[in-house]
Write a protein that binds this ligand. Structure first.
Ligand code: PBG
Length: 325
């Protein structure tokens, strides 16, 4: 038999052949755009470490959301920056809190845009941790925090959030939130659970944006050790048992193996969160002319889909959606 000089290349020769055999699709509907809303009026400030990302007060956010919706992005994920913080993060479950007001304004202006809210305390506590401490306690108290998180989730559902996404990594919070949301008349609001959220250095720019850097200590007592992957599957199974509707793995690109494992082990809908540091690295390299931004971003997002993510939370959502049209 002669040596087969051409084999795999035959189906790569034309655009149409390549499209016919393409295994992974990336479309705007797969993307979720995170957005920061800040208390106050007429505020619009760029996040220094995240070029292209701004913190808007409510009216600016509503305008930005119109562009996000028009680009065809699947959903918006909302993070709030309150006017004031306290020890227990009470601004997080205030009916007139920044996220609650923003959700009402967003759903009013863009009823068809899916609004997911981040449920956590770190932007609302003076100490910047994702939970609360008992008097004299040295660690974030799990059960006390879970009680508060359920209040946060209910207040978001009441404001009209389409789905809530707890990002705190306390144990048992999905079950508790599900139970209490059902009791309060919100059985139809899905929970998108951050099941495998790692204690990652790639959250740095987000903490600048949201003012949520812990004042002391770090988050390793509740977020996952980057060395572990089987543990992510256990976390995912627990959250599903407790009633999660969709799972999140976070960050995305350094954890594509985890995305794949969670997807294969659970068959549940999985989102990967392409976090602030992943965004900023691409922006920085592109700004220096070291990579082609559009190609690098679309390659990255396609890789996340190929690893098994159904949806991708990414600061590039709007830009990528426009590129994909
Ligand atoms: C807060 C939260 C964080 C992110 C999303 N929700 C930060 C953290 O845990 O410190 C990070 C998002 C990003 O880096 O883009 N619970």
């Amino acid at each position: 038999m002669p040596f087969p000089s051409t084999r795999m290349r035959r189906m790569r020769r034309t655009d149409t052949f390549r499209a016919l055999v393409r295994e992974t699709e990336l479309s705007p509907t797969h993307l979720i755009q995170p957005a920061f809303v800040i208390a106050g009026e007429g505020i619009r400030e760029e996040v220094e470490s995240m070029p292209g990302i701004e913190r808007f007060s409510i009216s600016g956010l509503v305008a930005e959301a119109g562009e996000i919706a028009a680009a065809g992005v699947g959903a918006l994920m909302l993070f709030g920056i309150p006017a004031a913080k306290d020890e227990v993060g009470s601004g997080a479950y205030d009916e007139e809190g920044i996220v609650q007001m923003a959700v009402r304004a967003l759903k009013d202006a863009h009823p068809d845009l899916t609004v997911i809210t981040d449920v956590c305390l770190c932007e609302y506590t003076t100490h910047g941790h994702c939970g609360v401490f008992r008097q004299g306690g040295k660690e974030v108290d799990n059960d006390l925090t879970v009680e508060l998180l359920a209040k946060v989730a209910i207040s978001h559902a009441e404001a009209g959030a389409d789905a809530i996404a707890p990002s705190d990594m306390m144990d048992g919070r999905i079950g508790s939130i599900r139970y209490q949301m059902d009791e309060e008349g919100h059985p139809g609001v899905p929970i998108i659970a951050y099941s495998a959220k790692y204690a990652s250095a790639f959250y740095g720019p987000f903490r600048d944006a949201a003012g949520s850097t812990p004042g002391f200590g770090d988050r390793r007592g509740y977020q996952m050790d980057p060395a572990n992957a089987a543990e992510a599957v256990r976390e995912a199974e627990l959250d599903l048992d407790e009633g999660a509707d969709m799972l999140i793995v976070k960050p995305a690109t350094p954890y594509l193996d985890v995305v794949r494992r969670v997807k294969d082990a659970t068959a549940a809908p999985v989102a990967a969160y392409h976090v602030s540091g992943e965004y900023s690295m691409l922006k920085a390299a592109a700004a220096n002319g070291w990579i082609d931004e559009r190609q690098a971003v679309l390659e990255t997002l396609t890789s996340i889909r190929r690893a098994g993510a159904d949806a991708i939370v990414t600061y590039y959502a709007k830009e990528a959606a426009l590129w994909l049209r």
